[in-house]
Design a protein around this ligand. Structure first.
Ligand code: PEP
Ligand code: MG
Length: 753
């Protein structure tokens, strides 16, 4: 059974056309289950009905013409209950509905299972028999398993496979993801794909056919050369039979084989990478459905050849450097490093197939004020490249080929946002004090030098988090001490006389350096932050020396902050190294103060050791992005569980309150630098808890200031007391947002949608 299941899923995945995929499903299911009928009904968004989409055994003429509502017939019953319905004799069932056109009079037994993807019923898969008998448990289990496995494939085919290229470019479609960074943008899609991933290569038209042919032919020559070199280097260690494999590879690259097919597609106007992708995929899908496991494996060989050719093609692709003025970067798994490729000013929005609002890509995008949608799945990458699209970063939605009325609506939203920003400009020089006199320091999170001017312009009074790893990520090798010193100094000079909090290198998790890859099963529970630094003192020492030396003669004072601390021994070890650097630099003759040292509270263990940590350092800063992920066991980067990532969770609020109280009792500095600090609703609670510093992405600063200068400290304290008694995150969020509304700040709540 398992093998049959695997084969059907493979076969369906290999086709891009939805109707064809459904045909295969009904055909294979009917055969495997030896049933007389198999049909699929799919939900239609427009009519809100389940449409009869494919059948084997019933009247094919009715396909596409018949549909059932969620409260109609047994199919509607399956969908409504979202569970299997197994009926011995449909005639006896109260929900049975007779539809003459379908031709099911002769079939008495019915087994229908829902097709569910991401909690939504996409459709219903049905098998029927003439005899009056209940399908047995193993048949039911098989159909449920098949449907569960096919749901994702059907969702993808539904999203991508129904449209021709021309129609996809012309017809407006909505793709839902989750919010990444606020704002909306209208622009042109530029698809970014990993240069080793053939499946993500988009469709692109070419003008210069001769150049494309030339590039492809050279790539083939180079790939052949690679294979020969590889074969020679392995010649001593392999059997002749294994070496023959290399000959087989070379044959595939003969002029009459794969290259001929690719060239044919190039001559029809496709670019070389796209043509290669189509040809390789066709071959691979033919191999993947073969019974024989040896032959199936040959599909992988063809893919391997394709990836090698692609690698050579990428090297000669000048087009990669072209970005239109209104570029919207789209990728299945965009990373922070991808932003470096786009000239500043041309990037209007980002769309990533993976990740969520708490991913580092989204955080950086928010800091740069770039509207972003995250976790937008099932994007037909090969179809959308180069087309016009709208990104709604508030909702996390993407609209391809927007209509004029959609454009007009979003232009209105853009204008409202601009108006709000303009209104807020008026308070940028105001001190952040509640009407009854409570002062809070509003600092910024930075990573790029380009953040500095915007931050100061918005009235930032310091840097609460300088993410040093952003600079490391843009480099091609570890930067030297001197290179780092220069960058850090520029940052400190720009912010002088305000304090600058530099976080030591925080890599691991979803932040990797191209020149220092970390491959782990569970990266967020792995080698991250201080753990890497302590295992590589040479990197840590160079960074600390660069930070301390950068501060020489500058008025603003330096604070060094350690990320991902989970025990005091890490702090003790790091302090020894920091003191060593300071002593050396003093001995070298510099006149420098010892910087303040602080720790980020990002791990639940650190919350409950706050008092012990405070005995060792000058300040604490809560990294709520990670703290929420670790407290709630919700991967901050996983769009599937993004709805469970709740900053207002009662347990999170209690932990945050405990940290603030502990630091205030110890008379030490306490701040928060996670995204929560930039949420005006959360800011009210944080101020009431006793956080002295709120550090955030600069675009949020004036909104937070508006909230804190409008609502009184007394009201916020009463609000905190009230919400600490509540037990649901949604209830707490609603209550705090209502307080903002009652204080005339509805537009700010709307803007955080
Ligand atoms: C945090 O975890 O809240 C934080 C500020 O650090 P980062 O988002 O860079 O992990
Ligand atoms: Mg963190």
């Amino acid at each position: 059974m398992l093998e049959e299941l695997r084969r059907v899923v493979q076969e369906v995945s290999a086709v891009s056309d939805l109707s064809r995929a459904l045909e295969i499903i009904v055909d294979r299911t009917q055969t495997i289950m030896a049933s007389e009928v198999c049909s699929v009904y799919l939900f239609d968004e427009k009519s809100k009905r389940y449409v009869f989409r494919a059948t084997r055994g019933l009247n094919k003429q009715a396909v596409g013409k018949i549909s059932l509502g969620a409260n109609e017939g047994l199919v509607g019953y399956v969908a409504e209950r979202a569970e299997p319905v197994n009926v011995e004799n449909v005639g006896d069932h109260p929900r049975n509905q007779y539809i003459a056109e379908i031709g099911e009079d002769a079939f008495h037994s019915f087994l229908g299972v829902p097709i569910i993807h991401q909690g939504q019923v996409l459709g219903v898969l049905v098998v029927q028999q003439k005899s009056k008998r209940k399908f047995d448990e193993s048949e039911e289990a098989f159909l449920i398993t098949l449907s569960a496995q096919l749901a994702g494939v059907i969702a993808h085919a539904k999203a991508t496979g129904t449209l021709s290229l021309q129609r996809a470019r012309r017809s407006s479609r909505l793709f839902k993801g989750s919010p990444g960074a606020p704002g909306v943008a209208i622009g042109t899609a530029v698809v970014i794909y990993p240069s080793v991933d053939l499946d993500q290569v988009p469709y692109r038209k070419i003008r210069n056919e001769a150049r494309e042919v030339d590039r492809f032919e050279k790539a083939v020559v180079n790939t052949k050369q690679d294979i020969r070199t590889l074969a020679e280097s392995l010649a001593g260690g392999l059997e002749q039979q294994e070496l023959n494999l290399f000959d087989a590879f070379l044959h595939m690259l003969d002029d009459s084989a794969i290259p001929r097919e690719v060239l044919r597609k190039i001559r029809k106007g496709q670019w070389a990478q796209g043509a290669l992708r189509q040809v390789i995929q066709d071959h691979v899908s033919r191999f993947e459905v073969m019974e024989d496991s040896y032959l199936r494996e040959r599909g992988n060989d063809i893919k391997d050849i394709g990836v090698r050719i692609l690698g050579h093609l990428e090297k000669t692709d000048r087009r990669k450097l072209h970005f239109p003025r209104d570029a919207i970067l789209v990728g299945n798994d965009l990373a922070v490093g991808d932003l470096a490729a786009v000239p500043i000013g041309r990037l209007k929005a980002l769309v990533s197939g993976r990740g969520s609002v708490n991913s580092h890509l989204a955080i950086l995008a928010e800091a740069l004020g770039i509207p972003t949608a995250m976790g937008v799945q099932d994007l037909p990458m090969e179809l959308i490249d180069g087309g016009t699209m709208i990104v709604d970063g508030f909702q996390g939605n993407l609209i391809t080929a927007p209509t004029n009325s959609q454009k007009a609506y979003y232009e209105k939203v853009q204008k409202e946002e601009l108006d709000l920003q303009r209104d807020l400009e008026g308070i940028k020089n105001l001190t952040c004090r509640t009407p009854d006199g409570k002062r809070t320091l509003l600092w910024v999170n930075t990573g790029l030098l380009s953040d500095v001017a915007k931050s100061l312009d918005r009235g930032a009074e310091g840097v609460g988090l300088y993410r040093t790893e952003v600079y490391f990520m843009m480099n091609e090798a570890f930067p030297t001490e001197e290179e780092q010193r220069k960058i850090y100094r520029e940052h400190m000079q720009a912010f002088s006389p305000y304090p600058v909090t530099m976080r030591t290198l925080d890599i691991g998790g979803d932040k990797s350096l191209p020149y220092f890859p970390i491959k782990e099963e569970n990266p967020f529970l792995g080698w991250r932050g201080i753990r890497v630094s302590l295992d590589h003192p040479e990197i840590f020492l160079a960074q600390i020396r660069a930070m301390i030396r950068a501060s020489e003669g500058i008025e603003s004072y330096l604070r060094i902050m350690l990320p991902m601390v989970s025990s005091v021994s890490e702090i003790d070890a790091a302090k020894v190294l920091i003191k060593q650097c300071y002593t050396e630099i003093k001995e070298e003759g510099a006149d420098i103060e010892m910087p303040d040292i602080g720790v980020m509270i990002e791990v639940p263990a650190a919350v409950y050791q706050a008092a012990d940590i405070l005995e060792r350092v000058d300040f604490l800063s809560v990294g709520s992005n990670d703290l929420v992920q670790y407290m709630l066991a919700v991967d901050r980067n996983n769009s599937r569980v993004a709805g469970l990532y709740q900053e207002f969770h009662p347990a999170v609020l209690k932990a945050l309150y405990y940290v603030a109280q502990t630091a205030n009792q110890a008379k030490k500095g306490v701040g928060i630098c996670g995204e929560m600090a930039g949420n005006p609703a959360a800011a009210l609670l944080l101020m009431a808890m006793g956080y002295q510093v709120l550090s955030m992405n600069s675009p949020n600063l004036l909104m937070v200031k508006k909230a804190l200068t409008t609502v009184s400290f007394e009201q916020s304290k009463a609000l905190l007391k009230e919400v600490l008694e509540m037990n649901s995150a949604d209830q707490i969020k609603q209550r705090v947002e209502n307080v903002l509304r009652e204080n005339g700040l509805s537009q700010i709540v709307r803007s955080r949608r």
